[in-house]
Design a binder for this molecule. Structure first.
Ligand SMILES: Cc1cc2nc3c(=O)[nH]c(=O)nc-3n(C[C@H](O)[C@H](O)[C@H](O)COP(=O)(O)OP(=O)(O)OC[C@H]3O[C@@H](n4cnc5c(N)ncnc54)[C@H](O)[C@@H]3O)c2cc1C
Length: 374
């Protein structure tokens, strides 16, 4: 890494998947990078996520795919079981090479440990408990005032602060967060022996499934349809999720007692954001969920976030003028991210209309499209 004084400087707001991968992509190219994160040093809640092929491919671009595969659970097949118990299989393309699996389930704390470890290896400081409260353009750079009263003037400001982005508003790119009438549940459970890849189950009213995230752990997911956006007491989550699983028969029913005993259950609204206008203003830019948050159904928000970091770094290599690089970044990313967000919204609708077969084929088509290079 080039840390010379004339290195270009970047301030990244948010130490989530987008912020940490963008930080590494820039630091590897000699940028002087700092990250501010409003949360504390604790890693995100103990549930998992699925790193699809494009996620793994982008992580490979940062030299991190093998670490993620080692810490997670590699797999290449999704088995969809419909409401009549009929199973169909989707074999996903292996985007790394024939030896490595198409995707991997991983615990979020493991992924964050790997991403933070890489930032630390590249000497990128992460300041916790810190946010940004004002952004201004000054002489072709961005001046940021932080919540502790300190200030930075940098060549590039990256808003990687998630679906409720403050940077989005500060740079004048407001976008509505849309709720789609579903709540997404996740419960961490011991991995059942049969769960060697992703399984989904279409119930009469909801859909559920299981994703292995290590040889010993998996998460059960459930999407609750037609509900108001509300918050339930944490102490009730495990028993409520168990109740919602009651109508399911077959293999997923075996996981119900484990869900009831799980001490790591979360429930999140299914919501999306897409910034229709440019994602940049001057030398500030949005990445990840701050610019384009799909609903969880496509399991691809992380893929888009990691790709953003790589593509942004490539465009900044191509142009000396940061503003031009940011415009070119938005141009390269807009269509791909828009397709994914729109597809995830369509799947949420199909699920609520109980058109599961249509949703399976849409998911498969979208995964194949996402397999094309970013
Ligand atoms: C239930 C659920 C399941 C999902 N499953 C999958 C999956 O299986 N596979 C997949 O690819 N994607 C999945 N996703 C989507 C994925 O989690 C997101 O797309 C991804 O986390 C986006 O990363 P991000 O860094 O842009 O945002 P975030 O992960 O939200 O990170 C934003 C960070 O910025 C910080 N921050 C926020 N505001 C400020 C501020 N003002 N100042 C400083 N810091 C700030 C936050 O504390 C956080 O650390 C799922 C999403 C949900 C809700």
């Amino acid at each position: 890494m080039d840390n010379s004084d004339d290195a270009r400087s970047a301030l990244i707001v948010g130490a989530g998947i987008a912020g940490l991968t963008t930080a590494s992509a820039l630091a590897r190219r000699g940028w002087r990078v700092e990250v501010v994160e409003k949360g504390d040093e604790g890693v995100p809640a103990g549930w998992g996520l699925n790193l699809t092929g494009p996620s793994l491919r982008a992580l490979d671009g940062l030299g991190l795919a093998d670490q993620c595969l080692a810490a997670g659970y590699g797999m290449s097949v999704i088995t969809n079981v419909d409401a009549n118990g009929v199973a169909s299989r989707i074999e996903l393309p292996r985007l790394l090479d024939d030896r490595r699996p198409a995707m991997a389930g991983i615990a979020r704390p493991e992924l964050h440990r790997i991403l933070r470890g890489e930032a630390s290896r590249l000497a990128v400081p992460i300041h916790y408990g810190l946010s940004v409260r004002l952004l201004e353009h000054r002489d072709g750079r961005t001046h940021a005032e932080l919540s502790d009263g300190s200030a930075r003037t940098v060549d590039l400001l990256v808003g990687a602060d998630g679906i409720r982005s403050v940077v989005r508003d500060l740079i004048g790119r407001p976008a509505p967060v849309r709720y789609h009438g579903q709540m997404a549940w996740r419960a961490l459970v011991p991995r059942p022996g049969w769960a060697t890849s992703i399984h989904t189950f279409a119930g009469t009213g909801q859909q559920a499934g299981i994703v292995p995230i290590s040889p010993s752990l998996a998460y059960v997911f459930l999407t609750e349809n037609g509900v108001q956006r509300d918050v339930l007491p944490e102490a009730e989550l495990a028993s409520r999720m168990e109740e919602l699983l009651a109508p399911f028969t077959g293999l997923i029913a075996e996981a119900r007692p484990q869900v009831a005993r799980s001490d790591a259950v979360i429930r999140r609204p299914v919501q999306t954001v897409f910034v229709d206008t440019s994602w940049s203003d001057g030398t500030s830019v949005l990445v990840g969920d701050a610019a384009h948050a799909p609903s969880p159904q496509m399991a691809s928000g992380a893929a888009l976030a990691i790709e953003d970091g790589l593509v942004l770094a490539e465009e900044l290599d191509r142009y000396d003028d940061v503003r031009k690089a940011l415009e070119s970044f938005t141009d390269r990313r807009r269509e791909r991210c828009s397709v994914l967000v729109k597809t995830s919204v369509a799947i949420a609708r199909l699920e609520q209309e109980h058109r599961h077969r249509d949703s399976y084929s849409l998911i498969e088509t979208c995964h194949l499209r996402m397999a094309q290079p970013a």
